[in-house]
Ligand binder design. Structure first.
Ligand code: FES
Length: 117
């Protein structure tokens, strides 16, 4: 396992209460801002191949609702609070550094095509 940290966009490009898709180490990530807090969860719904960043943010609940069937995923745990999704999506580390949103994902090196030296 290795961690990849990337700057995805400026915090000012993401209004509070909105979600935006980013890609870190080839992994689609839904980045959500609530006030000055940022969250990052896997962008692909665990129920079907749908982009969660196109869904609605529930600020008080800290959830992101799938735009297709309405499962609301916790931005903290990745768990769906409502059906039809039953499996969690991954949760990634997100932070604001010098006004930029920085996301860290952990990748499985065994899937890498690079030979270890
Ligand atoms: S595709 Fe997300 S809940 Fe069905």
């Amino acid at each position: 396992m290795s961690a990849v940290t990337e700057t995805v966009f400026a915090l000012s490009d993401l209004p509070s209460g909105a979600a935006r898709k980013a890609e870190v180490a080839g992994i689609p990530v839904a980045v959500v801002r609530i006030g000055d807090d940022v969250y990052a969860i896997g962008d692909v719904c665990s129920h079907a191949n749908v982009s969660l960043s196109e869904g609605e943010v529930w600020c008080d609940e800290r959830e992101l609702e799938c735009p297709k069937h309405g499962s609301a995923f916790s931005l903290v745990s990745g768990e769906p609070g409502t059906l039809p999704a039953t499996q969690p999506v991954p949760v990634f580390d997100a932070a604001v550094v010098d006004g930029q949103v920085v996301v860290t994902v952990t990748t499985d090196e065994s899937t890498s095509t690079e030979a270890a030296s």
